[in-house]
Write a protein of this length. Structure first.
Length: 416
């Protein structure tokens, strides 16, 4: 048969004997490749940065959202009816108390005042005549010239004339007030709104439905209102009972505030009111702080971020915020034991203070916490810990022990 080799004597070779040279060649090539392949180094423990939590005396601050509101807001309304003769302000300007805003046509009220003054003069004349008649009647009565009835009539006329003078005097005062009310003046200092009624329009005044002419809001000081939930209020009450933090009803606790475009909380104020009951619809209690506003930058209606003194001074453990991980609803840190093994520790975090996260529960001061490379380490794995120190900020309490700058005294102090 073709393709089958045979020995020189004509005897065929068995199949294994024919494949032997190829097997030896493959084995030699494999051994040569094994000698040339580079050696793979063994993988050792991962190096991680670990640090002990920072222990410092701190004061915690609770954060809220609120709205700025004016301490005083007045709807300026007409006190007398008439036609607007002139508008004496520019929309949106700052006004002082007593500044002239509107002039209502004063001519009818000037005429009414003149008429009232004339009636007062007539009443004075009637009173003088009644006094003379009463004096004459008294003399005639003593001489039995007139009867007692006539004397009583003259005396009654005197009292009537006296009352007439008082009524006429009241009419004069009312007419003078009406004439004065034709000049509509600012009742409080602050920023005036736009004129809601222009020159030539008829306005009604002196009633509950009197025409609203404009509005004025006070600016310095200014209030900020915010709502605290039940847990926060109960915490404040317990702190007050233990003496760790006084109640805002009794002490003007410090408050910090920042606007939407500001970094941090640059404005310093104080509490001046806490409501007397919870709102059952929201389960919150309304509170108020007052802030000085000398440059008038704080405008009613603006959104504000609020920080309220939330605790007394106490020791706390602090870690960089990126050292705290999140696992669904739990927060955890990775702790390295003495053998270099990683353990996951569930913790209760607190607020951020000076860039560091307060750890309330689940951690001890002697624990070594992974502070960098949290994502590359798994619980239960072995690591090579490298000790580092957490950089301590210079200040932990934003205002230290200094009280806030006192705002301008509010006339109607309703702080609870």
């Amino acid at each position: 048969m073709r393709g089958i080799r045979s020995e020189p004597g004509g005897r065929r070779l068995p199949p294994p004997a024919r494949a032997l040279p190829f097997l030896w060649l493959a084995l030699a090539l494999a051994l040569a490749g094994a000698r040339c392949a580079p050696e793979v180094p063994a993988v050792g423990p991962i190096e991680v940065d670990v640090a002990h939590p920072l222990v410092r005396e701190i004061v915690e601050w609770d954060e809220y959202s609120g709205r700025l509101e004016a301490v005083e807001r007045v709807d300026v309304r007409a006190r007398v009816s008439g036609y607007i003769e002139s508008v004496r302000f520019v929309d949106g300007q700052i006004v002082e108390q007593g500044d002239l805003l509107f002039v209502i046509d004063p001519r009818p009220y000037r005429a009414s005042l003149s008429r009232a003054e004339a009636e007062l003069a007539s009443a004075h004349a009637s009173l003088a005549l009644a006094k003379n008649d009463a004096a004459r009647a008294e003399r005639l009565l003593s001489g039995d010239v007139i009867s007692r009835e006539r004397f009583d009539a003259e005396t009654t006329s005197l009292r009537t004339a006296t009352a007439g003078v008082a009524a006429a005097q009241a009419d004069v005062e009312q007419a003078r007030l009406d004439l004065e009310f034709t000049n509509v003046r600012a009742p409080i200092p602050g920023r005036v709104g736009r004129d809601l009624v222009t020159v030539g329009n008829l306005v009604s005044g002196g009633t509950a439905d009197a025409t609203r002419l404009t509005t004025i809001v006070s600016l310095d000081p200014i209030h900020v209102y915010f709502d605290a939930d039940e847990r926060a209020v109960l915490k404040y009450e317990r702190l007050a009972q233990s003496g760790e933090r006084p109640s805002s009803r009794d002490v003007p606790n410090p408050v910090l505030m920042g606007l939407a475009d500001e970094e941090g909380f640059p404005h310093r104020g104080q509490m001046d009111f806490v409501d007397n009951q919870f709102d059952p619809r929201t389960g919150t209690m309304r509170a108020r702080a007052v802030f000085p506003n000398p440059d008038l930058r704080l405008t009613p209606g603006l959104f504000a971020r609020i920080r309220l003194l939330g605790s007394g001074r106490h020791p706390a453990l602090l870690l960089p915020d990126d050292a705290v991980g999140t696992d669904q609803s739990e927060r955890f840190v990775l702790v390295v034991d003495g053998d270099g093994r990683v353990e996951s520790r569930v913790v209760e975090p607190g607020p951020l203070i000076a860039g560091l996260r307060v750890i309330r529960k689940g951690l001890a001061a002697e624990d070594r916490v992974v502070v960098h490379g949290l994502q590359g380490v798994d619980p239960g794995s072995s690591v090579e810990p490298r000790s580092v120190e957490i950089a301590a900020p210079e200040r932990f309490d934003p205002i230290e022990a200094a009280p806030p700058d006192p705002p301008t005294k509010v006339a109607d102090d309703t702080r609870g």
